[in-house]
Design a protein around this ligand. Structure first.
Ligand code: PLP
Ligand code: COI
Length: 373
C-alpha cells in the first residue's frame, strides 16, 4: 500500500479543555479515552480499505460476529510522549508493528502493513495531540491498536473480514503505587502459555486466561502473577503483563542481569529487548537463560539474588519486593527498589522523555513541534 490516505471526521462534541485538564491531572491507567479513534477495514479480496479517524464511540456488532464466539482478537500497547520542544514521539513503534503482524499470523488474521500501522498512530495523535500530557514527567498517552474478526457466521474458520482500530488513553502509573515495589504471586497450578500455543502472540485470550490466577494472586495481596513453564512447571516464563529481570550478585560483587530466554511461550517484550541493550551499553553483564522458580526463591533467601523487577510498556520498570507462593514468601534484598533497577529505569525513561541521547534511534517523532512564530 502506498502512503495511506486517512479521512478525518472531527468529533462534534469533544471534551472541553477544562474536562481534559481534569483527566490529565490524574489519568490513572485505561480509564479515560480521547475524542477520536482510528478504524480501518479488511476484507478478503479487497484488502485494507477506508482508513479513517472518527469520533470515539461504540462499535456496532452483529451477535453472530466471529470475534464474539471464537475470540480472534489481537492488540498492542505503546506510549506517546510529549518532548521538550512540544513534538510528540513514540518509542520503537516499528517493533510494535512487527509484533502485531506476528500476532496476526499466529491467530490466522490479516496482517496490517507496517506503514499503515505507523500512519494510524500519527494520524490519531495529530487529531488528539492535546491529550498528550506535558513534557518532563512520566505521564504519556497510551495507544491501544487492536484488531477483531468482524465476519458474521458461526463456522469455525478464519474470518474473511477484520476491523483494525486504535484508541488512546492518557496514562499515569499502571500500578497504583507507581515505582513502589509490588508483591508477586509465583503460580504453580495455572500456566499462562505452552510451547506451540499462543504465548508469543498478544491476543486477548491470553489475558482472559490470566484473570483467574490473577485473582488468586490478588487474594494474597499480589499485584501480578509470575508463571512457570507449562511442560515442567520449573522455569520462569514471565508475568501476566510484564517480562521479568533478575539481578544476581556474587560474593566478589560481580553483577549479572538475567532474564528468561524467549523460548516459545514468552511474549517478546519491547521493553525487555530495549533493557538488554541499555544494560549492555551501561557495561552491565546481561544473560538470557533459564531461571527456575527455585533459583528465584533460593537466591532471594540466600542473598545472591538482590533485585527482581517486571518490565513492560504500561508498567515501565516495577520493582518486586516480595515473592509469595503456596509454601510461604521471600523478600528480595531489603524489599526496596535496588540500584540496578533504578539505574535502568532512569536510563529508559530519560530516553523516552527526550532528556537523554537516543543512540539506537528508538524515538520516532509522530507529530512535529508546533511552528514558532
Ligand atoms: N508480557 C506480557 C504478557 C505483556 O502483556 C506485556 C505487555 O505488553 C509484556 C510482557 C511487555 O511487553 P512490552 O515491553 O512490549 O510492553
Ligand atoms: C502493556 O504493557 O502495554 C500491556 O499491554 C500490559 C497490559 C495493559 C495488558
Amino acid at each position: 500500500m502506498s502512503a495511506p490516505q486517512f479521512t478525518v471526521t472531527r468529533n462534534p462534541a469533544p471534551a472541553s479543555p477544562q474536562r481534559r485538564a481534569e483527566v490529565l491531572a490524574n489519568p490513572g491507567f485505561g480509564r479515560y479515552f480521547t475524542d477520536h479513534m482510528v478504524t480501518v477495514g479488511w476484507t478478503e479480496g479487497s484488502g485494507w480499505q477506508d482508513p479513517q479517524v472518527v469520533p470515539y464511540g461504540p462499535l456496532s456488532l452483529d451477535p453472530a460476529t466471529m470475534l464474539l464466539h471464537y475470540g480472534q482478537e489481537i492488540f498492542e500497547g505503546l506510549k506517546a510522549y510529549r518532548q521538550a520542544d512540544g513534538s510528540i514521539a513514540t518509542f520503537r513503534p516499528d517493533a510494535n508493528a512487527a509484533r502485531f503482524a506476528g500476532s496476526a499470523r499466529r491467530m490466522a488474521m490479516a496482517e496490517l502493513p507496517e506503514d499503515l500501522f505507523l500512519a494510524s498512530l500519527s494520524e490519531l495523535l495529530a487529531v488528539d495531540s492535546e491529550w498528550v500530557p506535558a513534557a518532563g514527567g512520566e505521564d504519556s498517552l497510551y495507544l491501544r491498536p487492536f484488531m477483531i474478526a468482524t465476519e458474521v457466521g458461526l463456522g469455525v474458520r478464519p474470518s474473511a473480514e477484520y476491523l483494525y482500530s486504535v484508541i488512546a488513553s492518557p496514562a499515569g502509573p499502571y500500578f497504583a503505587d507507581g515505582v513502589a515495589p509490588m508483591d508477586v504471586w509465583l503460580e504453580t497450578e495455572y500456566t499462562r502459555a505452552a510451547m506451540g500455543g499462543t504465548g508469543t502472540a498478544k491476543c486477548g485470550g491470553n489475558y482472559a486466561a490470566s484473570l483467574l490466577p490473577q485473582s488468586v494472586g490478588a487474594q494474597h495481596g499480589c499485584a501480578q502473577v509470575a508463571y512457570l513453564d507449562a511442560e515442567e512447571r520449573t522455569w520462569i516464563d514471565e508475568m501476566g503483563a510484564n517480562n521479568l529481570f533478575f539481578v544476581f550478585r556474587d560474593a566478589a560483587g560481580a553483577v549479572e542481569l538475567a532474564t528468561p530466554d524467549l523460548r516459545g511461550s514468552v511474549l517478546a517484550g519491547i521493553t525487555r529487548d530495549s533493557l538488554l541493550t541499555v544494560a549492555r551499553d551501561l557495561g552491565i553483564t546481561v544473560t538470557e537463560r533459564r531461571i527456575s522458580g527455585q533459583e528465584w526463591l533460593g537466591g532471594a533467601a540466600s542473598g545472591v539474588l538482590t533485585e527482581v523487577f517486571g518490565c513492560g510498556t504500561a508498567a515501565v520498570i516495577t520493582p518486586i519486593g516480595t515473592v509469595k507462593h503456596t509454601g510461604g514468601e521471600v523478600t528480595i534484598g531489603d524489599g526496596r527498589p535496588g540500584p540496578v533497577t533504578l539505574q535502568l529505569r532512569e536510563a529508559l525513561t530519560a530516553m523516552q522523555r527526550g532528556s537523554a541521547p537516543d543512540p539506537h534511534g528508538w524515538m520516532h517523532t509522530m507529530v512535529p513541534a508546533p511552528a514558532t512564530v
